[in-house]
Design a binder for this molecule. Structure first.
Ligand code: AMP
Ligand code: TRP
Length: 355
């Protein structure tokens, strides 16, 4: 059988406050990838239930992520844009993966440990099984490439572990039914039903840090709004947040080695580089020796240039929720057709009665 078709899959949770980290770590890459690859972009609303079960505005937040995808330039005609809960295969495949994955694998996830806190026994089962649903998101489409920020690396390793165990445990059935594709594992080529999806975590902004503390990730949940630039911030707010961003008193170095031990400087240079599509070294070639009082206004101008039009377009798109719902529904139909075929195969491989 032929190798797996290259396919990109990624998702963002509708949990509010979409920020510059989400944009540079994920959305900006999605927009670039759609030029060369087939892509599926999902709003992972089922995952959002692990953060908070009872929510007032989950549907609105779901539309907001969809609007961000569209405003940034993702084309829902050429690619698939939809919300996770509209395709039942995500939950179905996640159940099978819950039986493939081991509890110990889940308990080792740093995101689970962070989010569950001290009293792990009281964390929801959904929070523990979160990576199993994420693996299902990707593998339901047998996606081969997953663009994400650095914080998702461990979840993608787990996705590969789940695919590997499934392929191994069911290898005889997969072969018997002729459903295997070649997978390169080191020197060896094996047959498997699920690909080992590769993370795409590259470029200067895979981990954008808080504007107030260079040792903390920029995050949706940081109580200080000054710590992040929201995708919906207006031009004045973006400029103000960059002006107030924490820095050290020294001028910028001329080479990247000079950023070591200067997390805030490193972060702002990384943000500039990612926004302009160049490397940190290129940025320092231009700004080395210059003080933050000169670099910050240049960064603010660049950020406003890139982000303000997206915010404006997002507001325009959000004015017509029925149109967003139509786009998502259409995406869900196309995603659902692929998902249906996968679930048919999976049921047959696992031995469930396939009516
Ligand atoms: P989430 O909001 O957790 O669903 O994240 C959506 C996407 O944004 C994922 O690919 C994350 O890895 C990415 N992301 C979140 N925060 C950051 C950050 N501070 N820097 C870079 N990427 C991020
Ligand atoms: N866990 C991801 C995050 O918090 C969101 C996500 C869910 C995802 N399913 C996915 C990302 C599948 C990539 C592929 O950012």
């Amino acid at each position: 059988m032929a190798a797996f078709q290259p396919l990109v899959f990624s998702g963002i949770q509708p949990t509010g406050n979409l920020h510059l980290g989400n944009y540079l770590g994920a959305i900006q890459k999605f927009v670039a990838l759609q030029e060369t690859r087939d892509c599926i972009f999902c709003v992972v609303d089922l995952h959002a239930l692990t953060a908070q079960l009872v929510q007032d505005d989950l549907a609105r937040q779901t539309r907001e992520i969809a609007a961000a995808y569209l405003a940034a330039g993702i084309d829902p005609k050429r690619h698939i844009v939809f919300n996770q809960s509209a395709v039942s295969g995500h939950a179905e495949l996640a159940w099978v993966f819950n039986c493939v994955a081991r509890i110990g694998w889940m308990e080792r996830m740093t995101q689970f440990k962070d989010k569950a806190g001290k009293d792990r026994e009281r964390a929801s089962l959904g929070l523990l099984a979160y990576p199993s649903l994420m693996a299902a998101d990707i593998l339901l489409y047998r996606a081969t490439h997953v663009p994400v920020g650095d914080d998702q690396k461990q979840h993608l390793e787990l996705t590969r572990d789940i695919a590997t165990k499934f392929n191994h445990d069911f290898s005889a059935r997969i072969a018997e039914k002729g459903l295997g594709h070649p997978i390169q594992m080191g020197e060896e080529t094996v047959q498997g039903y699920f690909p080992l999806a590769e993370p795409m975590i590259e470029g200067p902004a895979t981990r954008v840090m808080s504007l107030k503390d260079g040792s903390k990730k920029m995050s949706k949940s940081d109580p200080s709004d000054l710590s992040r630039i929201n995708l919906t911030d207006d031009a004045d707010t973006i400029a103000k947040k960059i002006r107030k961003a924490k820095t050290d008193p020294d001028a910028l170095p001329s080479e990247t080695a000079g950023l070591a031990g200067r997390p805030e400087a490193d972060n702002l240079v990384g943000i500039y580089a990612a926004l302009v599509g160049r490397s940190r070294a290129d940025v320092l070639a231009d700004f080395g020796g210059r003080p933050f009082s000169e670099f910050k206004p240049a960064l603010a101008d660049l950020a406003v240039d890139k982000l303000a039009p997206i915010a404006t377009e997002m507001r325009r798109i959000l004015d017509d929720p029925a149109e967003i719902d139509r786009t998502l529904r259409e995406g869900a139909e196309r995603a659902g057709a692929i998902a249906h075929r996968t679930m048919h195969d999976v049921k047959s491989i696992v031995g469930l009665l396939n009516g």
